[in-house]
Design a protein around this ligand. Structure first.
Ligand code: C5P
Length: 214
């Protein structure tokens, strides 16, 4: 039997970086589920399609996930778009379309397929609650809005004003928490980790210690 580790949390909480390092330490693959929403957003932008019509185009989108060094590669209609997904425009659009039920079902199916034949870490917003409720380990990583904005500011090489990043994160949080379908939620059985004052390594060590003991 394969096992999964669910890592949920708000935007820019560090969950992707944490999951990536954790995957290397545990020698298992990692999928950042946000990348799947981002891939759909990328398709809409490339093809000039209005976000309200996203449902009509899902049958033209084929997303394949492969792994290299425990980290995912995302293929959209056979094109490797892994390195094209981290723009601010895609962040905003992916957050909007992730409210759509058909989109969530589409993405959920991909995640279930990926988790069926291997041990896997998946990070996202609804992994412990909806996608993989039977995960062996569940973590909810959070951090203060200031800490999260600062991390993204550095990710974007200080090219976008800190205040704008902070505002964008707040807007996305609001959408994630308040949407009707699969909102961002900490399940009761998830271990809460506040990473505001922790380094990446310290956060991963906390998780590894928990896993060792349980
Ligand atoms: O995690 P990341 O920032 O890459 O996710 C992009 C967007 O996809 C988020 O803003 C969120 O709205 C959405 N998302 C989601 N459920 C997930 C993962 C991401 O709704 N499991």
């Amino acid at each position: 039997m394969y096992y999964s580790i669910a890592i949920d949390g708000p935007s820019a909480s560090g969950k992707s970086s944490v999951s990536k390092l954790l995957a290397k330490k545990l020698n298992i693959n990692h999928l950042s589920s946000g990348a799947l929403y981002r891939a759909i957003a990328y398709y809409l932008i490339q093809n000039n399609i209005n976000e309200n019509l996203v449902e009509n185009y899902l049958n033209q989108i084929e997303i394949k996930v492969k792994f290299k060094n425990f980290h995912q590669l995302i293929f959209l209609n056979n094109e490797d778009i892994t390195d094209k997904l981290q723009t601010n425009e895609i962040s905003t659009l992916s957050s909007i379309i992730s409210q759509n039920k058909a989109v969530r079902e589409f993405v959920k199916e991909i995640q279930i397929n990926v988790s069926e034949n291997q041990n896997i870490i998946i990070d996202g917003r609804d992994i412990a609650s909806v996608v993989l409720p039977n995960s062996k380990y569940k973590f909810f990583i959070t951090a203060s809005i200031k800490a999260r904005a600062k991390r993204r500011y550095l990710d974007y090489k200080k090219k976008i004003p800190l205040r704008k990043i902070e505002q964008d994160i707040k807007t996305r949080d609001e959408r994630d928490v308040n949407r009707d379908i699969s909102p961002l939620i900490k399940t009761k059985d998830a271990i809460l980790i506040n990473s505001s004052n922790l380094t990446l390594e310290e956060t991963v060590d906390k998780i590894l210690n928990y896993i060792k003991e349980n």
